[in-house]
Design a protein around this ligand. Structure first.
Ligand SMILES: *Cc1c(COP(=O)(O)O)cnc(C)c1O
Length: 389
């Protein structure tokens, strides 16, 4: 990175933690890691590379474009674009790059068939809806799907998938069990025509919580990046071993004393009850911290929590550091993650999500997309970078 950058904040990605999470979720052969949307904000290529080094044989991406980018970067694993292709051109490109796109409706199947070639079968995935009512053929379509495939011998279905609606909700186990049953029956019928077709149903929650949903291939996403799908539920322990992969830092650019009665930031939403020491930090809603978190979140400085005060600005926020001795310009504030002193929890994407009424997925996508990313294979480089400051 050049000596001068647009944004002084940094998104740190711990690829070793990613690899450990991957290993915790099952054997590489039984997993198709989901790296859609720029790997949930963690960066498509570095994440794919780290997972490939950890033994990943397949990847699920969001779009054909992401799949093509991986192929062109030299990845030779099976690549499954979950939304197939949009235009006929995209299907053609997907076929040319030996992707395995998902077909979820008859229009898709026609486009895919138009791109299959006599000399090479077009490997595709079939998607059925078993309870999301989002993408996929309905289960009742199966006879028609089989007939359409019989008439389109250039298509080779190698994978069948469906998606869980509420596997992260132990209280709704009945719904998940019904989805698993529908998928089991569907796959049995499909395997009469395609005996070798691999079956995939489980997302992160099902991978961790519902062994009977595993079939041949699990498709974890959020768990790879450290999100526990069972946080705040009775099954919390089932994802308790996961580690967050992303942390976000920003430097302190000013430290000042303010007097009792002085207000802080736009709109005067915070007034100092006593004299206090505050630090100004170069992070704001332009670097992914939702303005709705104003006065509701902490940052971590020197291993301790400093409450954020006043309105969060575009590229700046203010934190109360009265209780932390010797905070100086140039110190690192951790917006997400970082190393807490004994007994101090760093701020997590889950905590932020709770405060905002959203889910960690959204926090990670936003933070990862809004900050320059740096990659660490382990904690060592983080320390080195701090020393260089
Ligand atoms: C995003 C996605 C996943 C992964 O879901 P997580 O909850 O992140 O594990 C799996 N399958 C499909 C079809 C998806 O769209």
């Amino acid at each position: 990175m050049s000596a001068v950058s647009f944004t002084p904040s940094r998104c740190h990605i711990d690829l070793a933690a990613l690899q450990r999470n991957f290993a915790r979720l099952g054997s590489p052969a039984s997993l198709m890691p989901v790296i859609k949307s720029d790997a949930y904000g963690h960066g498509l290529f570095p994440v794919a590379r780290a997972l490939a080094n950890a033994g990943a044989r397949r990847f699920a991406v969001g779009t054909a474009g992401e799949g093509v980018a991986l192929r062109e970067a030299g990845f030779n694993q099976e690549i499954v674009p979950l939304t197939g292709g949009m235009t006929l051109d995209e299907w053609r490109t997907a076929a040319a790059h030996t992707l395995t796109p998902v077909i979820g409706c008859f229009e898709d199947m026609d486009k895919a068939a138009a791109c299959s070639r006599h000399d090479r079968l077009f490997r595709v995935a079939l998607k059925f809806d078993t309870g999301m009512a989002r993408l996929g053929f309905s289960v009742d379509d199966l006879p028609d799907v089989l007939e359409h495939l019989r008439l389109r011998p250039g298509l080779s279905p190698v994978l069948v998938l469906s998606h869980m609606a509420c596997a992260d909700m132990p209280d709704d186990l009945d719904y998940s069990t019904a989805q698993i049953e529908r998928f089991t029956i569907l796959c049995a019928a499909l395997r009469v025509a395609f005996p070798d077709i691999e079956r995939s149903l489980a997302n992160s929650a099902a991978t961790l919580g519902l062994p009977e949903s595993h079939f041949d291939v699990c498709r974890p996403g959020i768990a790879l990046y450290g999100g526990n799908p069972f946080a705040d539920t009775a099954w919390e322990d089932r994802g308790g071993m996961l580690e967050w992969v992303m942390s976000v830092s920003a430097p302190v650019v000013q430290v000042r004393r303010i007097n009792a009665g002085q207000s802080v930031s736009y709109g005067r939403q915070f007034t100092a009850p006593d004299s206090m020491t505050v630090a100004v930090i170069t992070a704001g809603y332009a670097t992914g911290i939702a303005r709705g978190l104003s006065n509701h979140i902490d940052v971590l400085i020197d291993g301790r929590r400093a409450p954020q005060i006043g309105r969060i600005c575009m590229g700046l926020l203010v934190a109360d550091v009265s209780a932390i001795p010797d905070v100086r310009v140039g110190d690192t504030a951790w917006i997400l993650g970082g190393q807490g002193a004994p007994g101090v929890r760093p701020v997590s994407a889950l905590e932020m999500a709770r405060e905002l009424g959203t889910i960690p997925y959204e926090i990670l996508c936003r933070m990862g997309g809004a900050n320059p990313r740096v990659y660490n294979e382990g904690k060592k480089l983080l320390v080195k970078e701090a020393a260089n400051r």
